[in-house]
Design a protein around this ligand. Sequence first.
Ligand code: SAM
Length: 257
Amino acid sequence: MASQLLDKREVRIRRMFSQIAPWYDLLNHLLSLNIDKHWRERTARLVPPGPVELGPILDLCTGTGDLALTYQRTTQGRIPIIAADFSHEMLVRAVKKSQSAGASSHIHFVEADAQALPFPDNTFQLVTMAFGLRNVTDMDRGLRETVRVTRPGGRVAILEFSRPRNAVLGRLYQWYFRSLLPLIGQLISRSPENAYRYLPESVLHFPDYEALVERMQAAGLDQVQYEPFTFGIATLYVGVKPERSATAPSAPPPTHA
Ligand SMILES: C[S@@+](CC[C@H](N)C(=O)[O-])C[C@H]1O[C@@H](n2cnc3c(N)ncnc32)[C@H](O)[C@@H]1O
């Protein structure tokens, strides 16, 4: 059952998020008691972008666009933002929200897979991803792509669920996450792909804290640090792309005599 639930093939993940798109925001805020908003705001506060000359911001796995919109608000539209996701249905909602917020001229939405991004090397001053990396089929490939498109000296900020380290809280969290949350989530969304049973399983099997730091370092990031939010229910990881590591242009094709 767990392995079926944890099926992370692109086609399944895309279908699952597309199916729950109409319920996604409501359930996010309900199941987290609105704390998710506070986590995104804290991320934007802790990792503010630099001057516009350093390049745009990229928000990957943007879903309905909440982190992109948070950055748009906190930067007052000063920095152009590209927001990408591979679920068309999620992006449709993101575009509507951005229009209602009067942000459409600042945020450009792109349908793209985080493992093969349609952007040149060394482009963005800041690449963010909230609750996305855990769902990317090949997480290491996704991380390498993220680093490739970040400019040297630029930052990568990843916000993800993690497991509280306090034993008592950990047990309470597991009970909520494994029993109550799937019940409410499935009842409201009626997700045919069991999205709200997949959620706790994917978090419990996802590397957190030092383990994720190591994966980010292996992808080419330096100075990786993390900050747990709300007793470690979510954690923000931030790394810097080294100045010397400007991604080399692809090698020319071999010439044949
Ligand atoms: C849990 S939602 C997070 C949405 C948003 N970032 C937030 O903070 O609410 C995960 C999103 O990642 C997207 N996603 C998963 N794998 C992806 C991939 N390989 N490429 C692009 N988007 C992906 C899904 O379509 C979904 O919209």
